[in-house]
Design a protein around this ligand. Structure first.
Ligand code: SF4
Ligand code: FES
Length: 230
């Protein structure tokens, strides 16, 4: 089978497609297939021409770190959690996430996810254990990888804009529910950077590898502030 990769040598160079033959196991993940192609010292593409190693990011290789987020056959996904056999022998097309600047090949700069949280001062901070009745929901949100897959499919997210997307909205809920002294400020920030713009397509929930309950976070933050979160 063929693996088509949208490559880009540097942040300022032009992207181009390059095709590689893949003769490895169908039980490999797409991350494993990229590793397999990159393994040899002499890398040749499907045209038989010498090529260079494909740039991509990984760390855990088990769906925990979010580093390997990319677009595989049109679907934003984690490469280590997507398997070659699922494509039933069809060619695989891989491109980098489109909402972030490309650094090299499939490696993108996701700094904006963290910068937006920093700019809005949404951080865990003080924790009041007496306000812990929302533990299950808080725990679910704590699993967010900051992988950016939700932003890839979001019709409203544009890198550098004032709409910060699902990962931000969930962290707003996390902070507000753990520290009620922050409640008023967080609700204002949430409305400014998420609530007023979100069109509720909820595509973010469909692609999220951690099944983060974004809709529940939104509902809880939208409730009257005099009510409890639960
Ligand atoms: S909400 Fe889901 S898709 Fe979005 S950054 Fe977190 S883990 Fe990734
Ligand atoms: S390498 Fe960590 S999620 Fe894929």
């Amino acid at each position: 089978m063929k693996v088509n990769v949208l490559r880009q040598q540097s942040p300022v160079s032009k992207p181009y497609w390059e095709t590689f033959e893949y003769d490895g196991s169908a039980d490999n993940s797409v991350a494993g297939a990229l590793d397999y192609i990159n393994y040899h010292d002499d890398i040749v593409n499907a045209e038989g021409k010498r090529s260079t190693r494909i740039g991509w990011e990984c760390s855990c290789m088990q769906g925990i770190c979010g580093a390997c987020a990319m677009v595989i056959n049109g679907r934003p996904a984690l490469a280590c959690e997507t398997f070659v056999r699922d494509f039933k022998g069809k060619d695989i097309e891989i491109r980098p996430l489109r909402k972030f600047p490309v650094i090299h090949d499939l490696v993108v700069d996701r700094t904006s996810i963290h910068e937006n949280l920093k700019q809005a001062n949404v951080c865990i901070g003080e924790y009041n254990p007496a306000e812990n009745e929302e533990h299950a929901h808080q725990y679910a949100i704590g699993k967010c990888l900051k992988c950016g897959l939700c932003l890839e499919v979001c019709p409203n997210y544009v890198n550098g804009n004032t709409f910060f997307g699902a990962a931000f909205a969930n962290d707003c809920y996390l902070v507000a529910s753990r520290n009620r002294t922050e409640d008023k400020r967080i609700r204002r920030i949430y409305a400014e950077h998420f609530g007023k713009t979100c069109s509720k397509s909820l595509s973010c929930m469909e692609v999220c590898p951690m099944k983060i309950p974004t809709l529940a976070s939104m509902a809880k933050l939208n409730r009257n502030k005099t009510r409890r979160y639960g």
